[in-house]
Design a binder for this molecule. Structure first.
Ligand code: C2O
Ligand code: CU
Ligand code: CU
Length: 525
């Protein structure tokens, strides 16, 4: 794209941004001047979502970003609310609602939007083969078949997912209904936390310098686009919805006062009942919902959400280098992790310890009792599994210094014999990460809906890495992404019920994904 067109687009996005970013601005017409919806449409929510260059303040200076800007064309005013920083607007929908999204690509490269965690048809899933060029549009039309929960959206362009998400393209999609909301903190006590890491140069610009093995690891932790922020809260109960929207960074989240993390939800919505864990692992793509009572635990007035150290965070040689450095100790407030890692670009390795954000507690707030039960989960029983005891196997492998799955990299239409599954059948799939010394953690994500985790096993010798994260796993609820540690074998139970077609499974370390640690599978009737 030439310079004048770039400026035009940038200027255009500035001109429109006031109207676009304002929450709940409703217009009968989209900005392009076309009617927002075809006559006779019965969608519950209609919106225009565009990916465009923009400029925001991250740590003082204006930072060039790419961001999603949304415009609500029809639907309730709370269906779209502006986010902080560069993040896309929060989309709020209810189970069963039909949503029409007109995506407009104002970047100078192909892009497409994926609705992470949602059970939508292949045409609505944002497969890279559906990417539209700069200036192009893509029309989505789907129904919310998911349970209430915290989902998200991000680009899924061929070999550019990491760069586009890193540039700022990501947003939350929250599915809620009154019943699920009923006895949980809501409104100002229901807070989203999008965790990301970045590196910023002295001019305030994001540096994208991913490492070929580990992916992009920044030295500055951002929550909702702000560096290690402080949240002012009341001594009351809160529902914290945490998304790891980082490209490659894995968090081991705990409270600085040593309180347990009270977990109420996972990728696919509420658990059956709250569970207490000393810390919670959150790998890229995963979500977790935490109950916090700032009058009791964690107790104020000054408490941090921190990420603790764990083993096995980096593969092979780099792991050893990383472990010897004592990274991240004594990090200054608001300064992220301080030191970079000599010899590699970017921030400290996975498994380093750092602070995420601070909570300052003032005044008393609304307090709700922690419910004893949260929701009903209907997991798939052994009896319905067609391959019980002999799961479909997917091994993490390495070929030509790239991470692969069963020895294969991504090909746009590639399908191996073991990548075809019958619609409506329940199967066990087993992922193993047994590449020895070089092994590193991989967050594995499967498109097409939610699954349950049925089993984990550890290879001899892989104990320390797995032991250092074990108690932080949230596997009591529905999942669409799980952390596969070095030396681990994880069995999940899947069923693709509603839609036939081509879907993806991949590592959600976005650089691994972009380098080919992704494959198609086809749901067949
Ligand atoms: Cu969140 Cu295929 O991705
Ligand atoms: Cu996804
Ligand atoms: Cu990976």
């Amino acid at each position: 794209m030439n310079e004048s067109r770039r400026q035009f687009l940038t200027a255009g996005s500035v001109t429109c941004s006031a109207a676009w970013l304002a929450a709940g601005v409703r217009g009968a017409r989209s900005f392009a001047g076309e009617p927002a919806s075809p006559k006779g449409s019965r969608a519950d929510i209609e919106l225009t979502l565009r990916a465009a260059p923009g400029r925001v303040s991250v740590n003082g200076k204006p930072t060039q970003v790419w961001r999603f800007e949304g415009h609500l064309d029809a639907g309730p005013s709370d269906a779209l609310t502006a986010s902080e920083g560069y993040l896309g607007p929060i989309i709020r929908a209810r189970p069963g609602q039909r949503i029409v999204v007109r995506f407009q690509n104002h970047l100078d490269e192909p892009s497409i939007v994926h609705w992470h965690g949602l059970d939508v048809s292949a045409e609505n899933d944002g497969h890279p083969r559906l990417a539209v060029p700069g200036g192009g549009t893509y029309a989505y039309d789907f129904r919310i078949a998911n349970r209430p929960g915290t989902y998200w959206y991000h680009p899924h362009a061929h070999q550019r997912t990491g760069a586009q998400v890193h540039a700022g393209l990501a947003g939350l999609l929250i599915v809620e209904d009154d019943q699920a909301k009923g006895n949980l903190p809501s409104g100002a006590n229901d807070l989203p936390f999008v965790l990301q890491d970045r590196q910023i140069d002295s001019n305030g610009q994001f540096i994208y310098n991913p490492n070929a093995m580990t992916g992009f690891l920044g030295d500055l932790i951002l929550v909702n686009g702000k560096p290690t922020p402080t949240f002012n809260v009341k001594a009351g109960t809160y529902r914290l919805r945490l998304l790891n929207g980082s490209n490659a960074r894995i968090y081991k989240l705990g409270w600085s006062d040593g309180s347990a993390m009270v977990v109420i939800g996972s990728d696919g919505g509420l658990l059956e009942a709250p569970v207490r864990k000393p810390y919670v692992m959150l790998a890229p793509g995963e979500r977790v919902e935490i109950w916090a009572d700032f009058g009791k635990a964690p107790v104020g007035p000054d408490v941090w959400l921190e990420s603790r150290s764990f083993a096995g965070g980096t593969g092979g040689m780099m792991g050893m280098m990383g472990m010897s450095g004592g990274m991240g100790r004594g990090m200054g407030r608001g300064m992220g992790m301080g030191m970079g890692m000599a010899g590699t670009s970017g921030g400290p390795p996975n498994g380093s310890r750092f602070r995420v954000c601070r909570f300052v507690v003032t005044g008393t707030g609304e307090r709700l009792p922690l419910p004893r039960t949260l929701s009903r989960l209907q997991f798939r029983s052994d009896r319905e599994v067609v391959n019980l005891g002999s799961p479909r196997r997917f091994d993490v492998t390495m070929a030509m210094m790239r991470w692969t799955l069963n020895g294969r990299t991504f090909g746009m239409d590639d399908l191996a014999p073991n990548e075809r599954i019958r619609k409506g059948t329940t199967e066990d799939w087993e992922f193993s990460n047994l590449v020895g010394m070089m092994a590193m953690p991989h967050p594995i994500h499967i498109h097409g809906g939610q699954f349950q985790i049925v089993d984990r096993a550890v290879a001899p010798g892989a104990g320390p890495a797995v032991d250092s994260v074990r108690e932080g796993r949230v596997e009591e609820g529905w999942k669409d992404t799980f952390l596969l540690m070095p030396g681990e074998r994880v069995r999940v139970r899947v069923r693709f019920e509603h839609h036939a077609g081509l879907f993806l499974y991949h590592c959600h370390n976005l650089e691994h994904e972009d380098m080919g640690m992704m494959r198609n599978f086809r749901v067949e009737v």
